[in-house]
Write a protein that binds this ligand. Structure first.
Ligand code: NFS
Ligand code: SF4
Length: 637
């Protein structure tokens, strides 16, 4: 079912957008409509605002100006705009990673009572991988050393010395290839700063060189992502399969409902911990079912995978959570939080709480979050939610009927752990054998955002069903994973309904061996956007097992609704790791043939991976299947 006014496949969106319309509250879809037609220059990437002689724009039809005032042509302008997006994406993910690493240093010194190392085995594995001594040492000093070595990736000034986290996260052949192309970052912060510097007025004007600089930034993004995921696992636990629920129906009438929205588990984890201790207080305020934490966007994915916290929704329908009239607080930290939320919350009793001093919003109450007072801050926020609960307007409560079961929690460790139940001595063997014999044709990673330019969740659904039917193993992260969870595609039932026979047989054998009592879900939820590194970890393990590089394997990626600068960075590193990478959004680069050709063709020669731009999901699925078969043929399997 697709609601035309909200352009979504999500039944909850259709339900709640009628509430928005009746109350005359604009949603993201209404604002999308008011922006039409969107600027053609911007869509092509040929608008430049890098200096105040501008803005300048190139006439795409070749009649008007072909150079900006400084002389920059369309290729330079497009390349600079694109590289700056990659730098911004890298900054977002690596700030998240830095925040975690700094917290872990202090956990190691016993300075943060709200946190501890919950997964000592993971920390030890990470330490061994990075070359930090573990033998006979207490966990605190190991954590401190791991965090300190991690922060070296933000501090090292020797540009011959690549970041520890990228060189230890990829097959050696891939590292060598990236080094030969001079795109391995030596320092995440320096790489971001260098992109900003070289793309400012009057600097790098060679479009290929500019994009290669951006690519180093995208690989810095990957670096930040790897370290964020792995250190978060050590502090909060490595995900293991868990059964939970997803979609707006997880918001309950008789609970104090608190949504955690954003990205960083440092905040959402403590909210979960503290809420557990405040259940009686919520009941005393009249909430018969106590406190109900629900997740939105990647914060939601983080706590869903680690603790089975139900996922309310993904990016595009975050406003709708408030329209249920039963959301008592929405707590946000960083990234992908719509600035409209304050306005929507003001129409209801919902408390919108910002927590990061560098991410405030109009219409929100700011409760400054710092790790050393994490529990106190979390208690204040939960108290605010309990207070808001008593102010609900019962007439405006619209509990959604949309809710799906979701089996989630497939970290690389969980995947390999499940396989080990079949072959304890050589866990990868069952997976590799089934890829080689063709029972599994290949592996596809679904990642990225929602975008109003597409039908929400629609491309994910169409492409995934088609690939599953053709026996492709499916992984997902971010808002893509949110889409699958909401639509009931992360269930054994979906495997039975949609997977091709040979894929179904493998998923059933592994699921049963792993004690799940049935097949693995059709799509394996690997986590938030930073957890895309988990998929790379699985791919790297397979490549190492076969002695090949990543671009030789039948692996593809797809972001049907790519939107954010972070998604631009992720898509780009996916290409640079060797994957055919589909995006369903036409990127803002098509004003330059040089840049477009580099991304869709030239990249294949350099990296083995390339972008596939295809807004039509059916056509995209066919192209991805073709790419998988092409790789199989080249491998001789
Ligand atoms: Ni990823 Fe997560 Fe979602 Fe896109 Fe935004 S929440 S970090 S950027 S919109 S997937
Ligand atoms: Fe115009 Fe050049 Fe300034 Fe860009 S940098 S706004 S093209 S003058």
């Amino acid at each position: 079912s697709s609601c035309t006014s909200c352009n979504s496949c999500d039944p909850a969106a259709a339900e709640l957008c009628t509430v928005a319309a009746a109350a005359d509250i604009p949603t993201v879809w209404d604002r999308h409509a008011t922006q039409q037609p969107q600027c053609g220059f911007g869509s092509l990437g040929v608008c430049c605002r890098i200096c105040w002689k501008g803005p300048c724009r190139i006439d795409p039809f070749g009649k008007g100006p072909q150079r900006g005032i400084c002389g920059a042509d369309r290729d330079t302008i497009v390349a600079r705009n694109l590289s700056r997006m990659m730098a911004a994406g890298a900054a977002g993910h690596s700030e998240h990673g830095r925040h975690i690493a700094l917290a872990m240093q202090r956990v190691g010194r016993n300075e943060l009572p709200a946190y501890r190392i919950r997964d000592e085995a993971k920390l030890t594995a990470v330490a061994n991988r990075l070359g930090v001594a573990t033998e006979g040492r207490a966990i605190g000093p190991i954590a401190y050393d791991v965090a300190t070595l991690t922060l070296e990736d933000y501090r090292n000034q020797d540009h011959h010395q690549a970041c520890n986290w990228i060189t230890s996260s990829l097959p050696k052949k891939r590292v060598d290839k990236l080094r030969a192309l001079d795109v391995l970052p030596h320092n995440i912060d320096a790489t971001v700063a260098q992109i900003m510097a070289r793309t400012s007025v009057g600097c790098d004007a060679d479009p290929t060189n500019v994009v290669l600089g951006g690519i180093k930034g995208a690989l810095a993004d990957f670096t930040g992502m790897c370290l964020a995921t792995e250190l978060s696992d050590a502090m909060f636990g490595t995900p293991q399969p868990v059964v939970t629920t997803a979609n707006l129906g997880v918001i309950r009438k008789d609970s104090v409902n608190i949504a955690v929205n954003g990205h960083n588990p440092l905040l959402s984890e403590v909210i979960c911990d503290v809420a557990r201790t405040m259940q009686d207080k919520a009941r005393a305020a009249g909430a018969r079912d106590g406190i109900n934490i629900v997740g939105i966007c990647c914060s939601g994915n983080e706590v869903m995978l680690r603790h089975g916290v139900p996922l309310a929704t993904n990016y595009l329908s975050q406003e709708l959570a408030i329209l249920t009239g039963a959301l008592d607080a929405m707590v946000v930290d960083v990234q992908c939080i719509m600035p409209s939320l304050g306005e929507v919350a003001e129409c209801f009793h919902t408390r919108l709480v910002t927590t990061m001093d560098e991410n405030k919003m109009p219409g929100a109450t700011h409760v400054s979050f710092h790790e050393e007072h994490a529990e106190e801050t979390a208690r204040t926020i939960v108290d605010m939610a309990i207070g808001a609960f008593t102010l609900r307007d019962p007439k405006r409560i619209r509990i959604s009927s949309a809710v799906s079961k979701a089996v989630v929690g497939f970290s690389a460790e969980a995947v390999i752990g499940a396989l080990a139940k079949i072959d304890p001595d050589d866990p990868l063997k069952p997976l590799v054998d089934n890829i080689v014999n063709g029972n599994i044709r290949g592996i596809a990673l679904f990642a990225g955002c929602n975008n109003t330019q597409s039908t929400q969740d629609g491309g994910f659904q169409t492409i995934a069903k088609r690939l599953a039917k053709n026996n492709v193993l499916l992984l997902a992260t971010g808002c893509g994973a949110g889409a699958f969870a909401k639509l009931g595609l992360m269930t054994p039932e979906a495997t039975d309904a949609y997977a091709g026979d040979t894929l179904k047989a493998v998923l059933t054998a592994v699921g049963e061996a792993a004690g799940l009592g049935g097949p693995l879900p059709m799509v394996l939820h690997m986590g938030s956007c930073v957890d895309n590194s988990r998929a790379v970890a699985v791919a790297t393990a397979i490549a190492d097992r076969l002695g090949v590089d990543l671009h030789e394997l039948p692996l593809v990626a797809s972001a049907p609704e790519a939107m954010s600068e972070k998604a631009v960075a992720i898509g780009t590193w996916s290409v640079c790791l060797g994957l055919p990478t589909h995006i369903g959004t036409v990127p803002q680069v098509t004003g330059s043939t040089v840049v477009t050709n580099l991304l869709t063709r030239g990249a294949a020669d350099l990296f083995g991976g390339y972008f596939i731009v295809e807004p039509n999901p059916e056509a995209a699925a066919d192209t991805l299947l073709g790419a998988i078969e092409e790789r199989r043929e080249a491998l001789g399997i």
